[in-house]
Design a protein around this ligand. Structure first.
Ligand code: AHG
Ligand code: MN
Ligand code: MN
Length: 336
């Protein structure tokens, strides 16, 4: 059998031994995410057909209108994770507070917490553009057998044991890492099986794409404005190409494959940026670093930030190492 015929299920079994806590629980956890991804994928694919589109009317804790599919995806992932009895707590972009889960024997002795953005890029659902799910996995820091606390969720990203995303795009893919490289699996919808299609994903050595919502340009910090000017200047291998989908998952996925930088800076309107540290930036930063890239808040490594609250936001610069470092140079210069 060639490597490209390997299924995600086979891959998980083969790789289990590489993981430092190889009790099989993490494998079961990834398995449950793979299943939830298939269910959400099914719903996303028929979004244009059934009356599931549009806003459900409710607002999440950040005051943003929730789309129906956000709520659906949130419920599917939570239910699937709870059923497998591996997780002691879940924090979601769509939940005001974290959820504490008791194990099968009702003693809270599960070891893992999951943090997630169940549906990323939700403004793109109505227009048939790719959306995704982002997940981040940690071992709890409080003792097993006690209820999880906020402390279990507020760990710096460098403590993640695994992270990944599902992109519901022209094909549906799951891309994840347990710390040993980043691997991508494509769903064959006819038989409901994911196949290893992108082994050991790496950013190409040079990137030529910059992804930023330039509509907010006037509100950007000077360092970002100068970096954008640099990207647009005709010199060496520049100008770079501009690509922005508005779904972090899809923008990141394209940039990792083709080479590029994604920026969501702080703005005069959103001084902490827009993206959430725990549900979006940490998992993407974990993947970026494992794929030879870099992730920063413009000044320091995302994965070293000690979170202080669940829904914390952070400016995000992520992609090819060289490009992120260049952007950081402009940020530092503008500070002085
Ligand atoms: P979500 O749909 O989970 O709220 O996330 C949307 C995020 C991210 O996916 C995307 O890159 C960014 O918001 C787009 O924001 P703008 O529309 O402000 O560019
Ligand atoms: Mn999101
Ligand atoms: Mn979301």
């Amino acid at each position: 059998m060639t490597q490209h015929n390997k299924t995600l299920g086979e891959f998980i079994i083969n790789k289990q031994a590489e993981f430092k806590y190889s009790s099989g629980e993490l494998s079961r956890l990834i398995n449950s995410i793979r299943l939830a991804g298939k269910i959400v994928n099914h719903e996303v694919n028929k979004a244009g057909l059934v009356d599931i589109l549009g806003s459900a009317g409710a607002e999440n804790i950040q005051g943003e209108t929730q789309q129906k599919l956000d709520i659906y995806a949130n419920e599917v992932f939570i239910k699937t994770l709870i059923n497998r009895e591996i997780v002691c707590g879940i924090a979601s972009e769509e939940e005001d507070d974290f959820i504490s889960i008791k194990g099968g024997n009702k003693k809270n002795d599960n070891k893992y917490v999951v943090l997630m953005d169940p549906l990323d890029g939700s403004s793109n659902i109505d227009v048939n553009v790719s959306v995704g799910t982002i997940f981040s996995i940690y071992r709890r820091v409080t003792p097993a057998g006690t209820p999880v606390t906020l402390e279990d969720f507020l760990q710096p990203g460098n403590q993640q044991v695994a992270a990944g995303y599902i992109v519901y795009g022209t094909s549906t893919m799951i891309v994840y890492s347990t710390g040993h490289g980043v691997n991508g699996f494509t769903l064959n919808p006819a038989i409901g099986t994911y196949y290893l299609s992108h082994p050991n994903m790496k950013f190409p050595e040079k990137g030529h794409i910059y992804s930023v919502n330039e509509g907010n340009y006037v509100h950007f910090p000077q360092g970002v404005k100068s970096y954008i000017k640099y990207c647009q200047t005709e010199e060496d291998d520049r100008p770079y190409t501009s690509r922005y989908i508005g779904s972090l998952v899809s923008d990141f996925h394209r940039n990792m494959i083709k080479g590029g930088i994604y920026i969501y800076p702080n703005t005069s309107k959103n001084p902490d940026g827009k993206l959430r540290l725990l549900y979006e930036c940490n998992p993407m930063a974990f993947l970026a670093e494992r794929a030879g890239g870099k992730a920063s808040n413009g000044f320091k490594r995302i994965l070293d930030i000690k979170p202080t609250e669940l829904h914390q936001r952070v400016p995000f610069f992520c992609g090819n190492e060289e490009m992120v470092e260049k952007a950081e140079e402009f940020m530092a210069q503008a500070e002085n």
